[in-house]
Design a protein around this ligand. Structure first.
Ligand code: GLC
Length: 556
Protein backbone atom coordinates (compact mmCIF):
# COMPACT_ATOMS: atom_id res chain seq x y z
CA UNK A 1 0.00 0.00 0.00
CA UNK A 2 1.24 3.47 -0.72
CA UNK A 3 0.85 6.42 1.60
CA UNK A 4 -2.00 7.83 -0.45
CA UNK A 5 -3.82 4.55 -0.64
CA UNK A 6 -4.04 4.43 3.13
CA UNK A 7 -5.72 7.82 3.40
CA UNK A 8 -9.49 7.80 3.71
CA UNK A 9 -11.04 10.12 1.13
CA UNK A 10 -11.66 13.49 2.80
CA UNK A 11 -15.21 14.76 2.54
CA UNK A 12 -14.07 17.79 0.57
CA UNK A 13 -11.66 16.83 -2.23
CA UNK A 14 -10.40 20.43 -2.37
CA UNK A 15 -9.04 19.84 1.17
CA UNK A 16 -7.31 16.55 0.33
CA UNK A 17 -3.60 16.99 1.18
CA UNK A 18 -2.75 14.27 -1.36
CA UNK A 19 -4.69 15.72 -4.27
CA UNK A 20 -1.54 16.18 -6.34
CA UNK A 21 -0.33 12.57 -6.21
CA UNK A 22 -2.36 11.37 -9.17
CA UNK A 23 -3.69 14.63 -10.56
CA UNK A 24 -4.16 15.35 -14.26
CA UNK A 25 -2.65 18.83 -14.57
CA UNK A 26 -3.32 21.00 -17.60
CA UNK A 27 -0.64 23.54 -18.48
CA UNK A 28 -1.88 26.89 -19.75
CA UNK A 29 0.50 29.19 -21.55
CA UNK A 30 -1.65 32.24 -20.73
CA UNK A 31 -0.62 34.53 -23.56
CA UNK A 32 -1.72 31.89 -26.09
CA UNK A 33 -4.83 30.41 -24.50
CA UNK A 34 -7.75 32.81 -24.85
CA UNK A 35 -7.84 36.56 -25.35
CA UNK A 36 -10.85 38.23 -23.71
CA UNK A 37 -9.93 41.87 -24.37
CA UNK A 38 -8.92 41.54 -28.02
CA UNK A 39 -5.37 42.85 -27.74
CA UNK A 40 -3.84 39.80 -29.38
CA UNK A 41 -2.48 38.35 -26.14
CA UNK A 42 -4.30 35.75 -24.10
CA UNK A 43 -5.29 36.94 -20.64
CA UNK A 44 -6.67 35.90 -17.25
CA UNK A 45 -10.32 36.81 -18.01
CA UNK A 46 -9.87 34.63 -21.12
CA UNK A 47 -8.97 31.71 -18.85
CA UNK A 48 -11.90 32.42 -16.53
CA UNK A 49 -14.23 32.33 -19.52
CA UNK A 50 -12.92 28.87 -20.39
CA UNK A 51 -13.31 27.29 -16.96
CA UNK A 52 -16.37 25.33 -18.18
CA UNK A 53 -14.20 23.96 -21.00
CA UNK A 54 -11.53 22.87 -18.50
CA UNK A 55 -14.13 21.32 -16.24
CA UNK A 56 -15.63 19.41 -19.14
CA UNK A 57 -12.18 18.25 -20.19
CA UNK A 58 -11.91 16.71 -16.75
CA UNK A 59 -8.57 18.01 -15.46
CA UNK A 60 -7.84 18.17 -11.74
CA UNK A 61 -5.56 21.20 -11.81
CA UNK A 62 -4.32 23.98 -14.03
CA UNK A 63 -0.70 25.13 -14.11
CA UNK A 64 -0.25 28.66 -15.42
CA UNK A 65 3.02 29.58 -17.08
CA UNK A 66 4.10 33.11 -16.02
CA UNK A 67 1.45 35.83 -16.22
CA UNK A 68 3.57 38.46 -14.45
CA UNK A 69 4.63 41.82 -15.94
CA UNK A 70 7.33 41.10 -18.48
CA UNK A 71 8.92 42.51 -21.61
CA UNK A 72 8.58 38.99 -23.06
CA UNK A 73 12.26 38.58 -23.83
CA UNK A 74 11.65 34.91 -22.95
CA UNK A 75 7.91 34.41 -23.20
CA UNK A 76 7.25 35.75 -19.69
CA UNK A 77 10.06 33.81 -17.97
CA UNK A 78 11.71 37.21 -17.63
CA UNK A 79 9.70 38.52 -14.68
CA UNK A 80 9.59 42.23 -13.83
CA UNK A 81 7.51 41.86 -10.68
CA UNK A 82 6.71 38.56 -8.98
CA UNK A 83 3.65 39.79 -7.12
CA UNK A 84 1.67 41.43 -9.90
CA UNK A 85 -0.21 40.56 -13.08
CA UNK A 86 0.94 41.82 -16.48
CA UNK A 87 -1.60 44.61 -17.12
CA UNK A 88 -2.06 43.25 -20.64
CA UNK A 89 -3.25 40.00 -19.01
CA UNK A 90 -5.42 41.55 -16.32
CA UNK A 91 -5.23 42.61 -12.69
CA UNK A 92 -4.95 40.94 -9.31
CA UNK A 93 -8.75 41.12 -9.11
CA UNK A 94 -8.93 39.20 -12.38
CA UNK A 95 -6.53 36.68 -10.86
CA UNK A 96 -8.81 36.25 -7.84
CA UNK A 97 -11.84 35.85 -10.10
CA UNK A 98 -10.03 33.22 -12.13
CA UNK A 99 -8.90 31.33 -9.01
CA UNK A 100 -12.43 31.41 -7.60
CA UNK A 101 -13.94 30.16 -10.87
CA UNK A 102 -11.42 27.30 -11.06
CA UNK A 103 -11.93 26.36 -7.45
CA UNK A 104 -15.68 26.36 -7.71
CA UNK A 105 -15.31 23.96 -10.63
CA UNK A 106 -13.16 21.73 -8.40
CA UNK A 107 -9.94 22.59 -10.27
CA UNK A 108 -6.73 23.38 -8.36
CA UNK A 109 -4.40 26.19 -9.41
CA UNK A 110 -0.61 25.96 -9.77
CA UNK A 111 1.48 28.99 -10.71
CA UNK A 112 4.97 29.21 -12.15
CA UNK A 113 7.73 30.66 -9.98
CA UNK A 114 10.93 31.76 -11.72
CA UNK A 115 13.57 32.01 -8.99
CA UNK A 116 16.83 31.61 -10.89
CA UNK A 117 16.63 34.99 -12.60
CA UNK A 118 14.49 38.08 -12.79
CA UNK A 119 14.13 40.26 -15.83
CA UNK A 120 16.52 43.12 -16.40
CA UNK A 121 13.54 45.45 -15.80
CA UNK A 122 12.99 44.19 -12.23
CA UNK A 123 13.33 47.04 -9.68
CA UNK A 124 16.27 45.25 -8.05
CA UNK A 125 18.20 44.93 -11.28
CA UNK A 126 17.61 48.56 -12.17
CA UNK A 127 18.87 49.47 -8.72
CA UNK A 128 21.91 47.22 -9.19
CA UNK A 129 22.79 48.98 -12.45
CA UNK A 130 22.40 52.39 -10.82
CA UNK A 131 24.58 51.37 -7.86
CA UNK A 132 28.33 51.10 -7.76
CA UNK A 133 30.48 48.03 -8.01
CA UNK A 134 30.54 46.13 -4.70
CA UNK A 135 27.25 47.66 -3.51
CA UNK A 136 24.54 45.76 -1.64
CA UNK A 137 22.24 46.25 -4.63
CA UNK A 138 24.69 44.48 -6.93
CA UNK A 139 25.11 41.58 -4.53
CA UNK A 140 21.52 40.46 -5.17
CA UNK A 141 22.75 39.40 -8.61
CA UNK A 142 26.05 37.94 -9.80
CA UNK A 143 28.41 40.69 -10.86
CA UNK A 144 32.09 40.10 -11.52
CA UNK A 145 35.00 42.03 -12.95
CA UNK A 146 36.09 40.98 -16.39
CA UNK A 147 39.32 39.28 -17.34
CA UNK A 148 42.10 40.35 -19.71
CA UNK A 149 44.37 43.37 -19.17
CA UNK A 150 41.50 45.88 -19.23
CA UNK A 151 38.69 43.60 -17.98
CA UNK A 152 37.08 43.60 -21.40
CA UNK A 153 36.84 39.83 -21.53
CA UNK A 154 34.08 37.99 -19.66
CA UNK A 155 34.84 36.33 -16.31
CA UNK A 156 34.58 32.89 -17.98
CA UNK A 157 33.80 31.38 -21.37
CA UNK A 158 30.45 29.91 -20.22
CA UNK A 159 27.71 29.77 -22.80
CA UNK A 160 24.10 30.66 -22.02
CA UNK A 161 21.40 28.03 -22.57
CA UNK A 162 19.89 30.10 -25.38
CA UNK A 163 23.23 30.51 -27.18
CA UNK A 164 25.94 33.13 -26.91
CA UNK A 165 28.01 33.99 -23.85
CA UNK A 166 26.55 33.79 -20.33
CA UNK A 167 28.03 37.13 -19.18
CA UNK A 168 26.90 40.60 -20.20
CA UNK A 169 28.91 43.75 -19.67
CA UNK A 170 27.43 46.86 -18.03
CA UNK A 171 28.54 50.46 -18.67
CA UNK A 172 30.95 50.66 -15.73
CA UNK A 173 32.83 47.62 -17.07
CA UNK A 174 31.53 44.89 -14.73
CA UNK A 175 29.81 41.79 -16.04
CA UNK A 176 26.70 39.98 -14.81
CA UNK A 177 25.81 36.32 -15.19
CA UNK A 178 22.76 35.23 -17.19
CA UNK A 179 22.43 31.49 -17.75
CA UNK A 180 19.56 32.27 -20.11
CA UNK A 181 18.96 35.48 -22.12
CA UNK A 182 20.86 38.69 -21.27
CA UNK A 183 17.48 40.09 -20.19
CA UNK A 184 17.41 37.41 -17.46
CA UNK A 185 20.12 38.24 -14.90
CA UNK A 186 20.72 35.41 -12.41
CA UNK A 187 19.98 36.05 -8.74
CA UNK A 188 22.62 35.47 -6.08
CA UNK A 189 20.94 32.92 -3.81
CA UNK A 190 23.66 33.31 -1.19
CA UNK A 191 22.15 36.70 -0.45
CA UNK A 192 19.60 36.41 2.42
CA UNK A 193 17.53 39.22 0.90
CA UNK A 194 16.92 37.09 -2.19
CA UNK A 195 15.85 34.17 -0.03
CA UNK A 196 13.49 36.33 2.01
CA UNK A 197 12.01 37.94 -1.09
CA UNK A 198 10.98 34.61 -2.58
CA UNK A 199 9.44 33.46 0.70
CA UNK A 200 7.35 36.63 0.59
CA UNK A 201 6.31 35.85 -2.98
CA UNK A 202 5.39 32.23 -2.17
CA UNK A 203 3.34 33.44 0.78
CA UNK A 204 1.69 36.15 -1.32
CA UNK A 205 0.31 33.63 -3.83
CA UNK A 206 -0.42 30.96 -1.21
CA UNK A 207 -2.49 33.49 0.73
CA UNK A 208 -4.40 34.26 -2.48
CA UNK A 209 -5.44 30.61 -2.63
CA UNK A 210 -2.89 29.19 -5.04
CA UNK A 211 -2.64 25.43 -4.44
CA UNK A 212 0.84 24.78 -5.75
CA UNK A 213 3.90 26.00 -7.60
CA UNK A 214 5.91 24.90 -10.61
CA UNK A 215 9.53 25.84 -9.99
CA UNK A 216 11.39 27.01 -13.06
CA UNK A 217 14.97 25.73 -13.55
CA UNK A 218 14.91 24.47 -9.98
CA UNK A 219 18.37 22.93 -10.34
CA UNK A 220 20.25 26.18 -11.03
CA UNK A 221 19.76 28.40 -7.98
CA UNK A 222 22.75 27.36 -5.86
CA UNK A 223 26.05 28.39 -7.39
CA UNK A 224 29.67 28.12 -6.36
CA UNK A 225 31.50 30.84 -8.20
CA UNK A 226 34.74 30.61 -6.27
CA UNK A 227 37.55 31.77 -8.52
CA UNK A 228 39.21 30.65 -10.67
CA UNK A 229 36.07 29.74 -12.62
CA UNK A 230 36.37 26.49 -14.54
CA UNK A 231 36.38 26.71 -18.33
CA UNK A 232 33.58 25.22 -20.40
CA UNK A 233 36.00 22.54 -21.59
CA UNK A 234 36.87 21.61 -18.02
CA UNK A 235 33.21 21.43 -17.09
CA UNK A 236 32.41 19.30 -20.12
CA UNK A 237 35.26 16.92 -19.24
CA UNK A 238 33.73 16.32 -15.83
CA UNK A 239 31.07 14.10 -17.35
CA UNK A 240 27.59 13.40 -16.09
CA UNK A 241 27.38 15.82 -13.18
CA UNK A 242 26.49 13.15 -10.66
CA UNK A 243 28.51 14.51 -7.78
CA UNK A 244 26.79 17.88 -7.34
CA UNK A 245 30.06 19.66 -8.04
CA UNK A 246 29.12 21.65 -11.15
CA UNK A 247 29.36 25.40 -10.42
CA UNK A 248 25.68 26.00 -11.17
CA UNK A 249 23.70 22.92 -12.26
CA UNK A 250 22.26 20.65 -9.61
CA UNK A 251 24.42 21.53 -6.62
CA UNK A 252 23.52 19.84 -3.35
CA UNK A 253 23.08 23.16 -1.49
CA UNK A 254 20.03 23.97 -3.61
CA UNK A 255 18.00 21.63 -1.40
CA UNK A 256 18.56 23.89 1.60
CA UNK A 257 16.47 26.51 -0.21
CA UNK A 258 13.65 24.05 -0.86
CA UNK A 259 13.68 22.78 2.73
CA UNK A 260 12.91 26.35 3.79
CA UNK A 261 10.14 26.59 1.18
CA UNK A 262 8.65 23.31 2.37
CA UNK A 263 8.27 24.70 5.88
CA UNK A 264 6.28 27.57 4.43
CA UNK A 265 4.16 25.26 2.22
CA UNK A 266 3.32 23.11 5.23
CA UNK A 267 1.91 26.06 7.14
CA UNK A 268 -1.10 25.90 4.82
CA UNK A 269 -4.02 23.53 4.86
CA UNK A 270 -3.84 21.65 2.64
CA UNK A 271 -0.08 22.13 2.30
CA UNK A 272 0.91 23.93 -0.87
CA UNK A 273 2.51 21.63 -3.42
CA UNK A 274 5.45 22.14 -5.73
CA UNK A 275 6.94 20.46 -8.75
CA UNK A 276 10.53 21.02 -9.79
CA UNK A 277 11.57 21.64 -13.34
CA UNK A 278 15.00 20.09 -12.92
CA UNK A 279 16.85 18.74 -15.95
CA UNK A 280 19.14 16.55 -13.89
CA UNK A 281 20.40 13.02 -14.12
CA UNK A 282 17.52 10.63 -13.31
CA UNK A 283 19.40 9.32 -10.30
CA UNK A 284 19.43 12.80 -8.72
CA UNK A 285 15.83 13.76 -9.46
CA UNK A 286 14.48 12.23 -6.27
CA UNK A 287 16.20 14.86 -4.14
CA UNK A 288 13.95 17.55 -5.62
CA UNK A 289 10.88 15.37 -5.13
CA UNK A 290 11.50 14.51 -1.49
CA UNK A 291 8.74 15.33 1.03
CA UNK A 292 11.22 17.62 2.81
CA UNK A 293 11.80 19.47 -0.45
CA UNK A 294 9.52 20.43 -3.30
CA UNK A 295 7.60 17.15 -3.12
CA UNK A 296 7.50 16.37 -6.83
CA UNK A 297 9.81 16.74 -9.84
CA UNK A 298 9.13 16.53 -13.55
CA UNK A 299 10.29 13.37 -15.23
CA UNK A 300 11.05 14.29 -18.82
CA UNK A 301 12.13 10.78 -19.83
CA UNK A 302 9.03 9.88 -21.87
CA UNK A 303 9.10 13.29 -23.50
CA UNK A 304 12.61 12.56 -24.76
CA UNK A 305 11.95 8.96 -25.82
CA UNK A 306 11.02 7.59 -29.22
CA UNK A 307 7.72 5.73 -29.52
CA UNK A 308 9.23 2.43 -28.51
CA UNK A 309 7.92 -0.29 -26.19
CA UNK A 310 11.26 -1.28 -24.68
CA UNK A 311 12.23 2.30 -23.91
CA UNK A 312 8.80 3.18 -22.50
CA UNK A 313 8.86 0.16 -20.22
CA UNK A 314 12.37 0.93 -18.92
CA UNK A 315 11.36 4.52 -18.20
CA UNK A 316 8.11 3.59 -16.48
CA UNK A 317 9.78 0.96 -14.31
CA UNK A 318 12.68 3.19 -13.30
CA UNK A 319 10.48 6.16 -12.46
CA UNK A 320 7.98 4.20 -10.41
CA UNK A 321 10.86 2.70 -8.42
CA UNK A 322 12.33 6.11 -7.89
CA UNK A 323 9.04 7.65 -6.82
CA UNK A 324 8.48 4.84 -4.32
CA UNK A 325 11.96 5.40 -2.91
CA UNK A 326 11.43 9.14 -2.34
CA UNK A 327 7.81 9.05 -1.21
CA UNK A 328 6.74 11.28 -4.10
CA UNK A 329 4.41 10.15 -6.83
CA UNK A 330 5.79 9.90 -10.32
CA UNK A 331 5.12 12.57 -12.92
CA UNK A 332 4.57 12.03 -16.63
CA UNK A 333 4.70 14.53 -19.45
CA UNK A 334 4.73 14.25 -23.22
CA UNK A 335 4.46 17.90 -24.27
CA UNK A 336 5.03 21.34 -22.79
CA UNK A 337 5.80 24.88 -23.92
CA UNK A 338 9.52 24.08 -24.43
CA UNK A 339 9.39 21.11 -26.79
CA UNK A 340 8.04 20.07 -30.16
CA UNK A 341 4.49 18.81 -29.68
CA UNK A 342 4.35 15.02 -29.32
CA UNK A 343 1.95 14.55 -32.25
CA UNK A 344 4.72 16.00 -34.41
CA UNK A 345 7.67 14.25 -32.74
CA UNK A 346 6.09 10.86 -33.33
CA UNK A 347 5.39 11.71 -36.97
CA UNK A 348 8.97 12.55 -37.87
CA UNK A 349 11.15 9.75 -39.29
CA UNK A 350 13.31 9.81 -36.17
CA UNK A 351 14.82 12.54 -34.05
CA UNK A 352 16.40 14.76 -36.72
CA UNK A 353 20.08 15.49 -36.18
CA UNK A 354 20.48 18.61 -34.10
CA UNK A 355 16.93 18.58 -32.80
CA UNK A 356 17.78 17.46 -29.29
CA UNK A 357 19.53 19.95 -27.15
CA UNK A 358 19.23 21.23 -23.68
CA UNK A 359 20.39 22.78 -20.52
CA UNK A 360 23.67 21.00 -19.72
CA UNK A 361 23.31 18.87 -22.80
CA UNK A 362 20.24 16.85 -21.88
CA UNK A 363 16.85 18.23 -22.27
CA UNK A 364 14.81 20.21 -24.67
CA UNK A 365 13.86 19.02 -28.09
CA UNK A 366 13.69 22.00 -30.39
CA UNK A 367 11.95 22.23 -33.71
CA UNK A 368 14.25 21.35 -36.57
CA UNK A 369 11.82 22.85 -39.07
CA UNK A 370 11.39 19.40 -40.64
CA UNK A 371 7.79 19.86 -41.71
CA UNK A 372 8.14 18.19 -45.16
CA UNK A 373 9.04 14.84 -43.59
CA UNK A 374 6.17 14.89 -41.15
CA UNK A 375 3.59 12.10 -41.30
CA UNK A 376 0.78 13.93 -39.51
CA UNK A 377 -1.62 11.01 -39.36
CA UNK A 378 0.93 8.62 -37.88
CA UNK A 379 2.16 11.23 -35.44
CA UNK A 380 -1.31 11.93 -34.08
CA UNK A 381 -2.23 8.25 -33.95
CA UNK A 382 0.87 7.51 -31.87
CA UNK A 383 0.37 10.61 -29.75
CA UNK A 384 -3.13 9.42 -28.80
CA UNK A 385 -1.79 5.96 -27.99
CA UNK A 386 1.06 7.38 -25.87
CA UNK A 387 -1.26 9.81 -24.08
CA UNK A 388 -3.66 7.07 -23.16
CA UNK A 389 -0.81 4.92 -21.86
CA UNK A 390 0.46 7.88 -19.83
CA UNK A 391 -3.00 8.54 -18.38
CA UNK A 392 -3.19 4.94 -17.17
CA UNK A 393 0.08 5.17 -15.20
CA UNK A 394 0.27 5.71 -11.45
CA UNK A 395 1.25 9.28 -10.61
CA UNK A 396 0.35 12.66 -12.02
CA UNK A 397 0.06 13.44 -15.71
CA UNK A 398 0.88 16.89 -17.05
CA UNK A 399 -0.92 17.88 -20.24
CA UNK A 400 -0.11 20.89 -22.38
CA UNK A 401 -2.79 23.16 -23.86
CA UNK A 402 -3.73 22.14 -27.39
CA UNK A 403 -2.62 18.53 -27.14
CA UNK A 404 -6.25 17.67 -26.42
CA UNK A 405 -6.97 19.02 -29.91
CA UNK A 406 -4.20 16.90 -31.43
CA UNK A 407 -2.38 20.04 -32.48
CA UNK A 408 0.86 19.69 -34.36
CA UNK A 409 3.88 21.90 -33.97
CA UNK A 410 3.50 24.93 -36.25
CA UNK A 411 6.69 24.87 -38.30
CA UNK A 412 5.74 27.53 -40.86
CA UNK A 413 6.25 30.67 -38.79
CA UNK A 414 7.96 33.43 -40.76
CA UNK A 415 11.29 34.36 -39.22
CA UNK A 416 10.10 37.93 -38.69
CA UNK A 417 7.31 36.66 -36.43
CA UNK A 418 9.44 34.39 -34.29
CA UNK A 419 9.72 35.48 -30.66
CA UNK A 420 11.82 32.84 -28.94
CA UNK A 421 15.33 33.96 -27.92
CA UNK A 422 16.67 30.53 -28.88
CA UNK A 423 15.89 31.42 -32.50
CA UNK A 424 17.37 34.89 -32.31
CA UNK A 425 20.51 33.90 -30.39
CA UNK A 426 21.36 31.03 -32.75
CA UNK A 427 21.24 32.86 -36.05
CA UNK A 428 17.93 31.13 -36.82
CA UNK A 429 19.50 27.66 -36.95
CA UNK A 430 17.38 26.57 -34.03
CA UNK A 431 13.78 27.34 -34.91
CA UNK A 432 13.00 27.78 -31.22
CA UNK A 433 9.85 27.05 -29.28
CA UNK A 434 7.26 29.32 -30.90
CA UNK A 435 5.77 26.43 -32.88
CA UNK A 436 4.12 24.95 -29.78
CA UNK A 437 2.99 28.35 -28.44
CA UNK A 438 0.68 29.44 -31.26
CA UNK A 439 -2.68 30.69 -29.88
CA UNK A 440 -5.35 28.00 -29.65
CA UNK A 441 -8.17 27.65 -32.19
CA UNK A 442 -11.56 27.77 -30.49
CA UNK A 443 -13.76 28.24 -33.57
CA UNK A 444 -13.41 27.21 -37.21
CA UNK A 445 -13.68 30.78 -38.46
CA UNK A 446 -13.69 34.31 -37.14
CA UNK A 447 -10.66 36.39 -36.26
CA UNK A 448 -7.80 34.24 -34.96
CA UNK A 449 -10.07 31.16 -34.89
CA UNK A 450 -11.90 32.42 -31.82
CA UNK A 451 -8.75 33.10 -29.81
CA UNK A 452 -9.75 36.76 -29.60
CA UNK A 453 -10.99 39.61 -31.70
CA UNK A 454 -7.60 41.25 -32.05
CA UNK A 455 -5.63 38.68 -34.01
CA UNK A 456 -3.04 36.27 -32.65
CA UNK A 457 0.47 37.20 -31.54
CA UNK A 458 1.90 34.24 -33.47
CA UNK A 459 0.41 33.34 -36.87
CA UNK A 460 -2.03 30.44 -36.87
CA UNK A 461 -2.00 27.96 -39.78
CA UNK A 462 -5.07 27.24 -41.96
CA UNK A 463 -5.33 23.71 -40.56
CA UNK A 464 -6.49 25.23 -37.27
CA UNK A 465 -9.96 25.58 -38.84
CA UNK A 466 -10.52 21.84 -38.77
CA UNK A 467 -8.87 21.32 -35.39
CA UNK A 468 -10.85 24.06 -33.61
CA UNK A 469 -12.71 23.18 -30.42
CA UNK A 470 -16.08 24.02 -32.02
CA UNK A 471 -15.48 21.45 -34.77
CA UNK A 472 -14.16 18.76 -32.50
CA UNK A 473 -17.08 19.09 -30.13
CA UNK A 474 -19.40 17.96 -32.97
CA UNK A 475 -17.34 14.89 -33.79
CA UNK A 476 -17.58 11.90 -31.49
CA UNK A 477 -14.25 10.51 -32.68
CA UNK A 478 -12.30 13.77 -32.34
CA UNK A 479 -9.15 14.01 -30.28
CA UNK A 480 -10.94 16.38 -27.91
CA UNK A 481 -13.70 13.87 -27.20
CA UNK A 482 -11.05 11.16 -26.94
CA UNK A 483 -9.28 13.15 -24.19
CA UNK A 484 -12.52 13.93 -22.40
CA UNK A 485 -13.48 10.27 -22.24
CA UNK A 486 -9.97 9.21 -21.21
CA UNK A 487 -9.84 11.76 -18.38
CA UNK A 488 -13.33 10.85 -17.23
CA UNK A 489 -12.42 7.16 -17.05
CA UNK A 490 -9.10 7.93 -15.38
CA UNK A 491 -10.94 9.89 -12.71
CA UNK A 492 -13.24 6.95 -12.06
CA UNK A 493 -10.48 4.33 -12.05
CA UNK A 494 -8.05 6.05 -9.71
CA UNK A 495 -6.68 3.64 -7.18
CA UNK A 496 -3.41 3.00 -5.36
CA UNK A 497 -0.19 4.06 -7.05
CA UNK A 498 0.59 0.58 -8.26
CA UNK A 499 1.00 -1.20 -11.55
CA UNK A 500 1.43 -4.85 -12.45
CA UNK A 501 3.01 -5.75 -15.78
CA UNK A 502 1.22 -8.49 -17.69
CA UNK A 503 2.83 -10.82 -20.17
CA UNK A 504 2.83 -9.51 -23.72
CA UNK A 505 4.71 -9.70 -27.03
CA UNK A 506 7.91 -7.60 -27.16
CA UNK A 507 6.32 -4.65 -28.99
CA UNK A 508 3.34 -4.48 -26.65
CA UNK A 509 3.03 -2.98 -23.16
CA UNK A 510 0.24 -4.41 -21.05
CA UNK A 511 -0.35 -3.64 -17.41
CA UNK A 512 -3.03 -3.76 -14.77
CA UNK A 513 -3.85 -1.23 -12.07
CA UNK A 514 -5.44 -2.17 -8.77
CA UNK A 515 -9.15 -2.81 -9.21
CA UNK A 516 -8.64 -4.53 -12.55
CA UNK A 517 -8.22 -1.61 -14.94
CA UNK A 518 -5.90 -2.72 -17.77
CA UNK A 519 -4.03 -0.73 -20.37
CA UNK A 520 -2.50 -2.29 -23.46
CA UNK A 521 -0.47 -0.47 -26.12
CA UNK A 522 0.71 -1.91 -29.41
CA UNK A 523 3.93 -0.20 -30.50
CA UNK A 524 4.56 -2.82 -33.22
CA UNK A 525 3.75 -3.06 -36.91
CA UNK A 526 1.28 -5.99 -36.64
CA UNK A 527 -2.11 -6.15 -34.97
CA UNK A 528 -2.17 -8.25 -31.79
CA UNK A 529 -4.94 -10.00 -29.93
CA UNK A 530 -6.80 -8.04 -27.30
CA UNK A 531 -6.81 -9.60 -23.85
CA UNK A 532 -10.02 -10.75 -22.20
CA UNK A 533 -12.19 -8.04 -20.75
CA UNK A 534 -14.57 -5.25 -21.59
CA UNK A 535 -13.05 -2.48 -23.69
CA UNK A 536 -13.57 0.87 -21.96
CA UNK A 537 -11.81 3.15 -24.41
CA UNK A 538 -9.29 3.06 -27.21
CA UNK A 539 -7.05 5.58 -28.93
CA UNK A 540 -8.12 4.41 -32.41
CA UNK A 541 -10.74 2.06 -33.85
CA UNK A 542 -10.28 -1.60 -32.92
CA UNK A 543 -10.31 -4.34 -35.49
CA UNK A 544 -12.70 -6.90 -33.97
CA UNK A 545 -10.75 -8.71 -31.29
CA UNK A 546 -7.48 -7.19 -32.47
CA UNK A 547 -5.46 -4.20 -31.27
CA UNK A 548 -4.05 -2.47 -34.36
CA UNK A 549 -0.52 -0.96 -34.50
CA UNK A 550 0.05 2.36 -32.69
CA UNK A 551 -3.04 1.95 -30.55
CA UNK A 552 -3.85 1.78 -26.83
CA UNK A 553 -6.94 0.19 -25.34
CA UNK A 554 -8.21 0.18 -21.76
CA UNK A 555 -10.15 -2.78 -20.48
CA UNK A 556 -11.98 -3.63 -17.31
C1 GLC B 1 12.42 26.94 -18.14
C2 GLC B 1 11.16 27.30 -18.90
C3 GLC B 1 11.57 27.90 -20.20
C4 GLC B 1 12.38 29.14 -19.93
C5 GLC B 1 13.58 28.83 -19.05
C6 GLC B 1 14.21 30.07 -18.51
O1 GLC B 1 13.13 25.92 -18.70
O2 GLC B 1 10.36 26.16 -19.04
O3 GLC B 1 10.45 28.21 -20.99
O4 GLC B 1 12.82 29.67 -21.14
O5 GLC B 1 13.20 28.08 -17.94
O6 GLC B 1 13.39 30.67 -17.55
Amino acid sequence: MTASAQQPFPADPMRDPHWWRQAAVYQIYPRSFSDANGDGLGDLPGITAKVPYLAQLGVDAVWLSPFYPSALADGGYDVDDYRAVDPRLGSLDDFDDMAAALHSAGIKLIVDIVPNHSSNRHAWFREALASPKGSAARSRYIFRDGTGPDGSLPPSDWQSVFGGGAWERVPDGQWYLHLFAPEQPDFNWENPEVRAEFLTTLRFWSDRGVDGFRIDVAHALAKDLTEPLATSAELAAEGEGLDGAHPFWDRDEVHGIYAEWRELFNEYNPPRTAVAEAWVHASRRGRYASPEGLGQAFNFDLLQADFDAVRFREIITANLEQAAATGASSTWVLSNHDVVRHATRYGLPSAPAGSAKGQDGKGWVFSGGTEPDLDRGLGLRRARAATMLMLALPGSAYLYQGEELGLHEVAAIPDADRQDPTFHRNAGVDKGRDGCRVPLPWTADGPSFGFGTGGAHLPQPDEFASTAVSEQEQDGSSTLNFYRRALELRGKQQTAEELEWLESPAAVLHFRRPGGWQSITNFGAEAVELPEGTVLHSSAGLDGGLLPPDTTAWLA
